[in-house]
Design a protein around this ligand. Structure first.
Ligand code: FAD
Length: 379
């Protein structure tokens, strides 16, 4: 394995860092976070910078970035602003299923808009009764002529309230159970019969996660993605890329906490000396560095395997569960290093404490990942 970054990858990191420092200084991030407001203005600047086309072929306005490039992008955005990295995921990763499973007409219809940030996407798999048991999807799509009629309800569909299209997992074969008989359809988020309600939540402020109610929603059959009853393979591929994205985001989050903690420990004085001189604080921060390095290695290995086309479901689960838990541990340690100030809303540390928790839950909980890991190693 060779994790040496190319000159272009280093330029990508510098370019994203410069963008984040210019467009998203701490006061800007704080204002969106406090208002829990979607950062439309920043999204448009990301689109103008061409970021959403990173993983797309040149033919669709993309730059043919690798999984490693994507990982670097996520890590660098997340280091500055975790919620913006989650928004980047909805724009640059969710719609990749159209590239991989779509028809020529679907490529034509959606991919250029994706690259230019003109179409926003959400991914609706989870339902009130289908969380970890994702194959228990009950939302139905029944074909009438050249349309599907959708009925049901989704929950936790991130970004549905700002999306143009929801990539929706539905049951097309009512006789089949579990992951068989599911399909994926591209649903116009403003179609008649759809109601969307954002659910207030703890962190990742600015990107809402929503309930989506579907009442006789009509969707043209040409919006089927990946074939009738073939939806599970679309879901699996979407989740594998989500695990890379989560691992990279958590690595960036760990790095941000580490840097804040080191800065603070070198400034704050108690008992006549910088708290960074106390061995107890040094060991906490040393543990953060260990978590950063291990997270980065697992993330880059996963990206490297995806780029090589190697099967990596096991490595994706390992990277996801490890980095998510590392970010949670590191965020807790970060609050501890800042003492009472870490617990206030005046410092950014509390944001990591709130944001980190999502990653032990979304995209498959840590318990589910451990189950997948155990199965993959023969248990
Ligand atoms: C902020 C946020 C954003 C999200 N965004 C999206 C999105 O964009 N699209 C989307 O489709 N979904 C999204 N999700 C949903 C997310 O993927 C689910 O919340 C997650 O898969 C868990 O499902 P659940 O919440 O129903 O929990 P449950 O499945 O009810 O789990 C509850 C608890 O039981 C445990 N558990 C369940 N089954 C088992 C088992 N077999 N073995 C051991 N333990 C088990 C779980 O680990 C967990 O601790 C999002 C969730 C959140 C919180």
């Amino acid at each position: 394995m060779d994790f040496d970054l190319t000159d272009i990858q280093r330029q990508l990191q510098s370019m994203v860092t410069a963008f984040m420092e210019k467009e998203c200084p701490p006061a800007v991030i704080r204002s969106y976070d406090e208002a829990d407001r979607y950062p439309t203005e920043i999204y448009e600047k990301m689109a103008a910078a061409g970021w959403f086309g990173l993983p797309l072929p040149v033919a669709w306005g993309g730059t043919e970035g690798t999984a490693m490039d994507l990982a670097l992008m996520f890590e660098t955005i997340a280091k500055h602003w975790m919620a913006l990295a989650a928004i980047y995921h909805t724009a640059a990763v969710f719609p990749l299923s159209i590239l991989h499973f779509g028809t020529a007409e679907q490529h034509e219809r959606y991919l250029r808009d994706m690259a230019e940030g003109k179409a926003r996407f959400a991914f609706g798999l989870t339902e009130p009764g289908a969380g970890s048991d994702a194959g228990a999807v009950k939302t139905t799509a029944v074909q009438h002529g050249d349309e599907f009629v959708l009925n049901g309800a989704k929950v936790f569909t991130s970004g549905a309230d700002v999306a143009d299209w929801i990539i929706l997992v539905v049951r097309t074969n009512l006789a089949m159970r579990g992951s068989s008989g599911l399909s994926v359809v591209l649903v116009d988020a403003r179609a008649p019969g759809i109601q969307i309600r954002a659910i207030p939540k703890l962190g990742i402020k600015g990107l809402s996660t929503c309930e989506v109610f579907l009442d006789d929603v009509r969707v043209p059959v040409e919006n089927l993605l990946g074939g009738a009853d073939q939806g599970w393979k679309v879901v699996m591929q979407t989740l594998e890329l989500e695990r890379l994205s989560v691992a990279a985001r958590c690595t960036g989050g760990c790095q941000a906490v580490l840097e804040d903690a080191v800065r603070y420990a070198n400034e704050r004085k108690q008992f006549g000396q910088h708290i960074g001189k106390f061995r107890a604080i040094q060991h906490i921060i040393a543990d953060m560095e260990i978590a950063v390095q291990a997270s980065r290695l697992l993330t880059y290995r996963l990206a490297w395997m995806i780029d090589k086309g190697l099967p990596c479901a096991l490595e994706a689960s390992v990277a996801k569960v490890y980095t998510a838990e590392a970010y949670n541990r590191v965020a807790t340690m970060g609050v501890q290093v800042l003492g009472g100030y870490g617990y206030t809303m005046e410092y950014a540390m509390q944001r990591h404490f709130r944001d980190a928790k999502l990653y032990e839950i979304g995209g498959g909980t840590s318990q589910i990942q451990r189950g997948l890991i155990a199965k993959a190693i023969g248990l």
